[in-house]
Design a protein around this ligand. Structure first.
Ligand SMILES: NC(=O)c1ccc[n+]([C@@H]2O[C@H](COP(=O)([O-])OP(=O)(O)OC[C@H]3O[C@@H](n4cnc5c(N)ncnc54)[C@H](OP(=O)(O)O)[C@@H]3O)[C@@H](O)[C@H]2O)c1
Length: 288
């Protein structure tokens, strides 16, 4: 079956309604480059055209841009594809730290342009507010990079509603990428605001994150519902996100081709209202 498509917020760009996160291809436990490229090509064959990456998806700062280079290599000459990258995290000795200083973001953007081999980045997301730098200063820098033609559309990641509103005073926000899945509804208010504004919402860790994704079927409700659709628990988790809002574009990460192919199968899966209501209750059950 062909994958359904959705608009990437107000950008006017149409992509497959399920995207792919590139992180597992470049961090600890990553596959060989050959196997990684095979996974990306398997995603493409399923109709996935939105690929999420970041300069910081690598083992450590000696190889910044690892994931951007891998995706660029696997996806060159594919005009239908959107590679959305991010800047604002650094990886000294493999740690995850933030750097939202204007000088860092300028350099990071230049490096991402080179890693992706493009003249302008279709969607550049400010990865995470840096507590050491005024948020407006970081967002202002990304807005300048857009005015200079290095970025086409600006996205945010890991933001609150208040930060989204602050950024909107500075720049047109095309997308927000926050953590959201069956087990974590903490960004629901941000999603609702995105829906009101027609901003794309990219839920990250849609399968509850790299360490948890394989085991989500241990949730009894989820596994029972999955069985009733002859689907995997991961497919149900993605179908639930798709039904949550028309502005959502889930970006499951995968290092193995078989897993991203399975995720793609969640397109066209229609959950009943009763099952959606039951799935809605899972997060409350976890936090209770
Ligand atoms: N903005 C941010 O701060 C932020 C933070 C985290 C992630 N992200 C982005 O969001 C993407 C997704 O999040 P994530 O990678 O953290 O977590 P996730 O998508 O919830 O889980 C990823 C894991 O799910 C497994 N998986 C995928 N499909 C599966 C299936 N059908 N059945 C069983 N297991 C399956 C993969 O295993 P295999 O590796 O074995 O295939 C992978 O390691 C990332 O890749 C990244 O692009 C952004």
């Amino acid at each position: 079956m062909t994958m359904q498509q959705r608009k990437l917020g107000s950008t006017g760009i149409i992509v497959g309604e399920i995207g792919m996160g590139g992180m597992p291809l470049s961090v600890n436990g990553r596959p060989t480059e050959e196997d990684g490229i095979r996974t990306v090509h398997a995603a493409l064959e399923q109709g996935i055209t939105l690929f999420d990456t970041a300069d910081s998806y690598c083992l450590n700062s000696t190889e910044n841009g690892h994931n951007e280079r891998l995706l660029a290599k696997a996806l060159h000459n594919r005009p239908e594809v959107v590679i959305a990258t991010k800047g604002g995290h650094i990886r000294p000795d493999g740690r995850w730290e933030t750097d939202g200083r204007p000088e860092h973001l300028r350099q990071a953007c230049e490096d991402s342009l080179r890693a992706l081999g493009v003249e302008a980045i279709t969607l550049y997301q400010f990865h995470r507010p840096d507590p050491k730098v005024p948020f407006a200063e970081s967002v202002g820098t990304v807005a300048e990079l857009q005015r200079e033609g290095k970025i086409v559309h600006v996205g945010l990641s890991n933001v609150s509603v208040a930060q989204l509103e602050e950024a909107r005073e500075i720049v047109t926000v095309a997308s927000v990428q926050n953590r959201m899945n069956l087990f974590d509804h903490s960004s629901m208010a941000v999603l609702n605001r995105c829906e009101e504004l027609g901003i794309a919402f990219l839920p990250y860790s849609p399968l509850n994150g790299m360490g948890n994704a394989h085991g989500i079927g241990s949730n009894e409700k989820l596994s029972r519902i999955a069985r009733s659709y002859e689907a995997s628990p991961q497919q149900i988790a993605i179908a639930w996100l798709l039904q949550l809002s028309p502005v959502i574009l889930p970006i499951p990460g995968a290092s193995k081709a078989v897993n991203i192919v399975n995720c793609a199968g969640a397109s066209n899966l229609k959950l009943s209202d009763e099952d959606v209501a039951e799935l809605n209750g899972i997060a409350a059950q976890i936090t209770a």
